[in-house]
Design a protein around this ligand. Structure first.
Ligand SMILES: [Zn+2]
Length: 230
C-alpha cells in the first residue's frame, strides 16, 4: 500500500510521510474540522503536520490570552522550525549604535565617575587660585568668577541631555532583554506542554496495545483449553 498524505494527497515518493497515529489528539482536533474523513490508520506528510502543529499553538495562545502578538508569533515560528531563540542581543545592540550614541554613552559614564568629580574639583581650584593669587592684578576672571559660572552652567546644560540619551538607550536595552526573556519562557512552556502531551499520547497508545495483546492471549488460552478438553 502506498503511503499517501491524507491532507495534500502527496505520496511518499514526493514528500516525507509519517503514520497518522503519532499525531496527538490535541492536534487532531485542529485537523478534523478541515478534514472530516481523518483516519488514524492513514498517513500525513511532515509539512502538513508542522502546519497543524503551528495552528494548534496559535489557538492555544489565543485561547488563553485573547490575541497573539508579534512576539508570540515569532516564538511559534521558531518553535515549529526547531530554532533556538536566544541570540546575542548585547552584541547586536552595540553594533547598531551610531557614533553619536556611543559618544554620549562614553560621556555619561565618565560624567558619573569619581575621576570626573576629582578632576573637575582640581580644575575649579586651579581656576580660582590663578585668578585670585597669581594673576591678582590682571586676572582674566576676577572674583566672583563670572566666566567660571558661565562655563559651569554650560556644562550642566549639556550634561543633562547627554545623560538622558544614555538612559533612554539603557531602557531600550532592558526592554529588549525582557522581551527576550519572555520569548524564551513562552517557548519553554509551549515545548514542555507539547512534551507532556506526547508522553501522555504514547502512554495511552502503549496501554491500548497492551490490552489488545492481553485479549489475544486470553483468546489463545481459551482455544488451548478447548483443544485439550476436547
Ligand atoms: Zn501533506
Amino acid at each position: 500500500m502506498k503511503k499517501i498524505c491524507q491532507i495534500c494527497g502527496k505520496d511518499e515518493s514526493q514528500t516525507e510521510v509519517v503514520p497518522s497515529i503519532i499525531v496527538r489528539p490535541s492536534v487532531v482536533s485542529i485537523i478534523k474540522p478541515d478534514h472530516p474523513d481523518w483516519d488514524t490508520n492513514g498517513f500525513i506528510c511532515r509539512e502538513d503536520l508542522q502546519k497543524y502543529r503551528k495552528e494548534y499553538l496559535l489557538k492555544l495562545i489565543s485561547d488563553e490570552k485573547g490575541e497573539v502578538s508579534n512576539l508570540e508569533l515569532d516564538v511559534i515560528n521558531k518553535l515549529s522550525e526547531y530554532e533556538a531563540i536566544s541570540e546575542n542581543i548585547e552584541k547586536e545592540f552595540k553594533e547598531n549604535l551610531t557614533f553619536g550614541e556611543k559618544l554620549s554613552d562614553l560621556i555619561a559614564s565618565f560624567g558619573g565617575s569619581w575621576k570626573f568629580i576629582i578632576s573637575f574639583g582640581l580644575i575649579m581650584l586651579f581656576w580660582v587660585s590663578v585668578n585670585s593669587y597669581f594673576l591678582a592684578a590682571q586676572a582674566f576672571d576676577p572674583y566672583p568668577f563670572i566666566l567660571l559660572n558661565l562655563v559651569l552652567s554650560c556644562l550642566a546644560a549639556l550634561q543633562a541631555p547627554i545623560i538622558m540619551m544614555s538612559q533612554n538607550r539603557q531602557e531600550a536595552r532592558d526592554r529588549n532583554r525582557a522581551e527576550q526573556d519572555y520569548k524564551i519562557n513562552l517557548k519553554a512552556e509551549l515545548e514542555l506542554r507539547q512534551l507532556h502531551q506526547k508522553v501522555d499520547h504514547l502512554l495511552i497508545q502503549q496501554w491500548e496495545r497492551m490490552a489488545e495483546i492481553q485479549a489475544i492471549q486470553l483468546e489463545m488460552l481459551d482455544e488451548l483449553k478447548k483443544s485439550t478438553a476436547g
